[in-house]
Write a protein that binds this ligand. Structure first.
Ligand code: AP5
Ligand code: NA
Length: 346
């Protein structure tokens, strides 16, 4: 009995449902597309041949992806009770959508996709070079999400009935009005709204919508590179993650009764929990090199583990330790996938 206290639909997330097309590639492949080892970018016209090439030439694996959907699948796995988490995003009407739906549903996620006919389901190329992974997302149908999907009576009820909300920074490239609407609902009902910096390019190119939603954000997640990108885009004269975290939590906030929290991961270095006047560290159990399959999905799994405890009202300490547990597990598996039953002990 892992979670008898959580009710269905307590957590709502919005994001880009993407099918990951993952393969190990030589460095030359990255060079050819002018990509770096740890990129997370949006595909431009010149990247479009990547997906076909991965399938034809590199024995690519297809894995359910999309950052928020990954996190919610992991939360469901740990909770072991179906339909705690509800997911909204846009897919096409094709085989990839069927795969995503099947993976999400078998993980226990309550999926409510908006379906855009005539546009293919989004994909994300995951280019693995040793222990690095470079991501190139072709959002396709995911980019067609519209706010009227959230305004459908059934979906509206789902949003209103949730007690926790999680949206990625990635979704800022798709539909800021939907994000603002969910954030406003969270604020009006005094419920936590959680967000992720998601990738450096979000701070570089989508700072305006990110800053527009920030006053609603109760918990902000990010990794080192994302925190640094945010600081640089803000012109903050510091590279110190603790200082960046303090500045993140000090940004304007609409509900001062719930001061903002920043949670910054830094690979195998300790996770930083930054609150108004304090910075706490949570150690990460180092994995031996031979245990690491790929780190793809580590950040998403961290959030999933965190959410699985947060929706049960557990302390931040337990939430973060479960985040580290989930990330550690996912690293031992390809992409953002898990095996067996979760073994997290509070
Ligand atoms: P990706 O960015 O790979 O996933 P991630 O979950 O963010 O994983 P990273 O490896 O980047 O981790 P991180 O750097 O965030 O975290 P950190 O290393 O600090 O993206 C995966 C998904 O994104 C794909 O499925 C794709 O579909 C999706 N995606 C891409 N573009 C998108 C878009 N535009 N829209 C929507 N989705 C998109 O580590 C976090 C934690 O992991 C640590 O705190 C620790 O607990 C653990 N950890 C990390 N390294 C180690 C280690 N060496 N040993 C032990 N534990 C470790
Ligand atoms: Na993995």
């Amino acid at each position: 009995d892992r979670s008898s206290t959580v009710r269905e639909g307590i957590l709502v997330g919005c994001g880009n449902p993407l099918l990951d097309i993952s393969a190990s590639v030589p460095m030359d492949f990255l060079k050819k597309y002018e990509m770096n080892e740890d990129d997370a970018i949006l595909a431009e016209e010149r990247h479009m041949p990547i997906y076909r090439e991965l399938v034809d030439g590199f024995q690519a694996e297809f894995l359910a992806g999309g950052s928020v959907q990954n996190s919610l699948r992991i939360a469901q796995w740990i909770l072991g009770q179906p339909k705690v988490a509800v997911f909204f995003g846009c897919v096409g009407e094709d085989e990839y959508a069927d795969i995503l739906m099947e993976k999400a549903r078998s993980a226990g996620l309550d999926v409510h996709y908006q379906i855009k006919k005539d546009v293919p389901t989004g994909t994300c190329a995951v280019l693995i070079t040793g222990t690095h992974r470079s991501l190139c997302a072709n959002l396709a149908a995911a980019n067609n999400f519209t706010i009227d999907h959230l305004d459908q009576p059934h979906n509206k009820t789902l949003v209103e009935n949730a007690l926790y909300y999680y949206i990625s920074g990635f979704f800022l490239t798709v539909n800021p009005p939907s994000i603002m609407q969910v954030a406003a609902t969270a604020l009006a009902k005094q419920r936590p709204f959680l967000m992720n910096l998601s990738a450096p390019f979000i701070s570089q190119f989508y700072m305006a919508p990110l800053l527009a939603v920030m006053p609603y954000v109760d918990i902000i997640f990010g990794n080192e590179a994302e925190a640094h990108a945010f600081a640089t885009a803000q012109g903050w004269p510091t590279e110190d993650l603790r200082e960046i975290g303090k500045r993140l939590v000090a940004l304007d906030k609409l509900n001062p009764a719930r001061p903002r929290i920043a949670i910054l991961t830094q690979g195998c270095d300790p996770v930083l929990l930054i609150q108004r006047d304090s910075v706490e560290e949570f150690p990460v159990t180092r994995l031996a090199v031979h245990e690491i399959v790929d780190t793809n999905g580590a950040g998403d799994a961290f959030v999933g583990g965190f959410l699985s405890q947060f929706v049960q009202g557990k302390s931040l300490d337990v939430c973060i330790r479960c985040g580290n547990y989930a990330a550690g597990h996912i690293i031992k598996n390809p992409g953002c996938t898990y095996t067996g039953e979760p073994q997290f002990v509070e």
